[in-house]
Design a protein around this ligand. Sequence first.
Ligand code: IPE
Ligand code: IPE
Ligand code: MG
Length: 245
Amino acid sequence: MALFEKQKKDLSRPVPRHIAIIMDGNGRWAKKRGMPRSYGHAAGSETFRRIATYCKDIGVDFLTVYAFSTENWKRSEEEVGAIMGLLQKYLIEALEKMEKDRVKICFMGDLSRLPEELQALCANAVEKSKHFDGVQLNICLNYGGRDEILHAAREYARRCASGECTPEELDEETFSSLLYSAGVPDPDLIIRPSGELRLSNFLLWQAAYAEFYYTDVLWPDFTPEELEKAIAAFNSRSRRFGGTK
Ligand code: IPE
Ligand code: IPE
Ligand code: MG
């Protein structure tokens, strides 16, 4: 805890502008305790609240979290229902303390497949928080990097078909503006807890030059101290973006 307090006050420490987190390991955390997977998701949602608050306190501009992937529908109805219920609970709470928190809430993903009640809460949270200029929280929900790229490609193709533009005109900037992440700078640091060394369809386009940080710590056990370790690792890296130092 001492480390957390000390570093939190160290305003000279560089902090990545955009941190993205694959919130993984809830199921294993619950299993280790002989509990159902939903218990792990509930614990994971508490970690998410703590880490989002901490990111806001240390001046992170963008926090993107992977909450539910396009592949996570393969899980049992019970588990999917538990995750959706926790998201709903979080959004109801967020709406209640929005003026105090001043977090700008955005979503990335195809929300049309979500329960209608949840879709309405998402729309409400986006609308009511759109003018906040503190941390921007991007919640990836029914999100897949491939789905995002296809969605953007379809939209550009539609514009070409209507004569608005041509295939030759397409550049990285235009393509980026058609992604769910439009307007958000690429992530500087991507963190994956729980020991898995893969992207699992997260931010495929945006991760081009992100720094990666992996840890064996399971998401429900992830603390601000763990985040500080990731930031320290990030600050020790040399980012060259294909050039030379
Ligand atoms: C991440 O934890 C949460 C979601 C994918 C929604 P998991 O549920 O994947 O936990 P593990 O990987 O099975 O431990
Ligand atoms: C990635 O975790 C998705 C989220 C954290 C929301 P998964 O647990 O679904 O990924 P895999 O199956 O281990 O690749
Ligand atoms: Mg997992």
